[in-house]
Design a protein around this ligand. Sequence first.
Ligand SMILES: *Cc1c(COP(=O)(O)O)cnc(C)c1O
Length: 390
Amino acid sequence: MKSIKELDKAYVAGTYGRFDILLDSAKDGKMCGEDKEYIDFGTGIGVSAFGACDSAWVDAVCAQAGKLSHTSNLYYTAPCAELAQMLCERTGMKKVFFGNSGAEANECAIKCARKYSHDKYGNDRKTVVTLINSFHGRTLLTLAATGQDVFHQYFGPFPEGFRYVPANDLDALKVALTDDVCAFMFECVQGEGGVNCLDGEYLRAAEALCREKDILLICDEVQTGNGRTGSLYAYSQFGITPDIVSTAKGLGGGLPIGACLMGETVENTLTPSTHGSTFGGNPIACAGAISIISRLTDDYLSDISARAAYLWDRLGSLGFIQGISGLGFMIGLVLSDGMDTKEFINACAERGLLVLSAKTKVRLLPPLNTSIETIDKAIEIMTAAAESIK
Ligand SMILES: *Cc1c(COP(=O)(O)O)cnc(C)c1O
């Protein structure tokens, strides 16, 4: 009989470079493999907000699964309506469209911005300006939106209408915001691009420039959102108010869900039959998301920030770390010269700690409820891992 790893290699599309690790179950922020437990500082790329299988989330999801699993969007259901209300009341946004992934949330955001512009100004104002090193998804449209040349291969022709500018360069943005532009799209902290935190002054000036020309601000909070950076959404820490916010990853706590939040300017832009999704707003996924968002109270968000500050502090004192970037529990690490990121990540895994990479950096996305004790343990493992590959 073939092993699971052999089956996977034989039958699952070869799009992923997997670690040589088979995971079987999860409990209390730990992943259980074949022969060891792992502290999970990757959370399935920022998805398992309170750790995989956290008990409040499991209870919410199981209760909903036993009550009403799926209806399609032809009917009203409570979890969908209540989650939308929760997101709007917490952010001041007006309407929510639910999809199933980050890419879908961004598709909705871009479609919404283009239709807003079409309705008001006609057909010649469809360009979306995005940032170099951004990441917005894997569909053709969101690949086109992604400001990295490596993603613009093989699959063309890509949809037109994107222009890329360097982050934190206001002059370049000024030049790019010509009369054909309907929106400026960005991540407050670029995740896949290397955990690069944007400059607040730049974003506030960018917002002012966009307001002058009725250009919409689209904030991609797929990775930064839902408590990850210490606020419900990262943009609030940068002093800006986007017209459209897309989010996914941590929102569902482990089930696929994406959301596009629309502010006052665009609340009535998407009208019946202009957009849709069969699975979007699924009751089980929404019940899981309600269990996540309802725990992210202002008090709890301060608590996340305090524990994140402790982690930053501990990381800052490690001799093998040359630089730390990011915000809150979204952290990028530059290792000392000569230390290989991949080797370090493997050495951590061997010692029972799962971490991620982003470009050449090590990336940490720990569960939002990570305790001080677990942080200390993770620091110990990272220290031993670094020692082992010196
Ligand atoms: C992960 C990610 C996406 C894509 O999300 P999927 O759920 O994989 O489609 C989009 N934008 C950002 C900022 C992301 O981190």
